[in-house]
Design a protein around this ligand. Structure first.
Ligand code: SAH
Ligand code: SF4
Ligand code: F3S
Length: 456
């Protein structure tokens, strides 16, 4: 039999990236080989995102090209997975009749079964809510150094702008045992850093049974951190995304206490204005958000803080936008993902009357981004002259003599070195140059040439 090739393009967040790695694992298990160029693939899978309209439109333009190719080459298998697949379902088949399979994110682990139905000649839509099965196939991970581990799928929040609960379904936590087993496997395979994933990761365990003798819920994120922090081989542990509503002092204490947990927290605030936060249904005030950050910094003064924010939410006044700028000014984020509000199908805020013009939204976005870069540069400055531990992930794609990796606080860092020697190593690097979102340094190793002493 001739070799069959597959190509996956992934859009969207880390959840999608993690799902793609699992689906790639399934495809390789049944004999497909990976190719970078979609035009030489027999099977193309788009794992899609619909968080904002531009993310969704990008999918259609990619898909259009391959649908044309399929008209010439009927043996090509075309699959749309992920959040656009879930949102559009059958409608996608009407829009792109060349498609073979439309599958929502909850079905990622079932790709093998679904593909069998396709190869039998069916056009398949899999978007019904299901209990997500533990996957027995090994994911094909892109990195050999860092890995993602999903701990909770779905989201039970109802933020008025957001499609995620609609497309990812209700929260489903994996058991601590299944999570630890996956992490131990990663540790044995040489992975040094693991990021635990969930859309609202602090909700972890709400759907699992069990209470402690004091009547406390047993399986919280904090309990999970204590349960997995000593996985052999793993040197660093991260988690994302945190919701301010559930970010407890107990969790903060655990992060300060557990040496492998990195001092970097991604806690989206979305807006610095209480009225807007209320309309977003976020369930906290900007004062509460500030108290959380103060608390984090009281335990870990050097912690990096990143977040997400939306500008131009329906009805947002200039004054309310100023409150977001003020929060960014006051907190000083290490990094902030910003977006102009995009009305999404099936969400509450999309049908509200007071939608702002694209001009107003993009003007606010630019002003916010400008401030974000200034503050990030200020935050970067604190690293100058310091020695940071960098976990080397890859070669600097722009400069072959350099390698790149991340600090504990998640700053991208470049330094001179040989990737073959350093990949997956934790290296002490003295920071010599800072930019808003990255650093340059020199390894202490290359100075005194004593690898034993300086590789930690
Ligand atoms: N679960 C995370 C984030 C999920 S989506 C949380 O609760 O924070 C990632 C980010 O996309 C969000 O934090 C938000 O800033 C942004 N986003 C979500 N819906 C959006 C919309 N309709 N328009 C613009 N940005 C949006
Ligand atoms: Fe969306 Fe809110 Fe859930 Fe985050 S917490 S995924 S913003 S609904
Ligand atoms: Fe996008 Fe789905 Fe993630 S909509 S941001 S890929 S959960």
């Amino acid at each position: 039999m001739t070799q069959r090739n597959y190509h996956i393009t992934t859009f969207g967040c880390q959840m999608n990236k993690a799902d793609s790695e699992r689906m790639a694992g399934i495809l390789e298990d049944i004999g497909f080989a990976s190719v970078d160029d979609p035009n030489s693939a027999d099977l193309i899978l788009y794992n899609t995102c619909t968080i904002r309209d531009n993310a969704e439109q990008k999918v259609y333009s990619y898909l259009g090209r391959q649908a044309k190719r399929k008209q010439q080459d009927p043996n090509l298998t075309l699959i749309v997975a992920g959040c656009v697949a879930q949102q559009e379902g059958e409608a996608l088949l009407r829009r792109v009749p060349e498609l073979d399979l439309v599958m929502g994110p909850q079905h990622a682990n079932r790709l093998g079964d679904l593909l069998e139905q396709v190869l039998d000649g069916n056009q398949v839509v899999a978007t019904e809510p299901v209990h997500i099965m533990e996957d027995i196939t090994k994911p094909r991970r892109d990195s050999k150094v860092t890995a993602w581990v999903n701990i909770i799928y779905g989201c039970n929040e109802r933020c008025s702008y957001c499609v995620v609960p609609g497309v990812r379904g209700l929260e489903q936590s994996r058991t601590p045992e299944a999570i630890r087993a996956e992490m131990e496997g990663l540790g044995r395979s040489g992975y040094k850093e693991i990021t635990l994933l969930g859309q609202n990761i602090d909700a972890y365990g709400r759907d699992l049974p069990g209470v402690t003798a004091e009547g406390r819920r047993k399986n919280t994120l904090t309990d999970l951190l204590y349960f997995v922090h000593d996985v052999p081989g793993m040197e660093r542990l991260r988690f994302a995304t945190s919701h301010p509503r559930y970010f407890t002092e107990r969790l903060i204490r655990a992060c300060a206490e557990l040496p492998k947990v990195c001092e970097h927290f991604h806690i989206p605030f979305q807006s610095g204005d209480n009225e807007i936060l209320k309309a977003m249904k976020r369930g906290y005030t900007h004062q509460k958000y500030r108290r959380i950050i103060d608390k984090v910094r009281s335990y870990m003064p050097d912690a990096s803080i990143s977040a997400d924010a939306i500008v131009g939410f329906p009805g947002e006044t200039e004054e309310q936008f100023q409150n977001t700028l003020q929060l960014v000014e006051d907190i000083g984020f290490d990094q902030l993902n910003t977006a102009a509000y995009s009305p999404r199908p099936g969400t509450e805020a999309a049908v509200w009357e007071k939608q702002l013009s694209e001009e107003v939204k993009s003007d606010r976005l630019q002003r916010l981004n400008h401030l974000v870069a200034i503050k990030a540069q200020e935050r970067s400055q604190r690293y100058l002259g310091r020695v940071e531990t960098v976990l080397v992930e890859d070669r600097n794609p722009k400069l072959a003599t350099q390698v790149m990796g991340r600090t504990d606080g998640n700053r991208l860092t470049f330094f001179e070195g040989d990737i073959n020697e350093l990949k997956g190593q934790l290296v002490k690097v003295k920071i010599t140059e800072t930019r808003a979102f990255s650093l340059t340094g020199e390894s202490i190793l290359s100075r005194n040439n004593d690898p034993q002493k300086t590789l930690v």
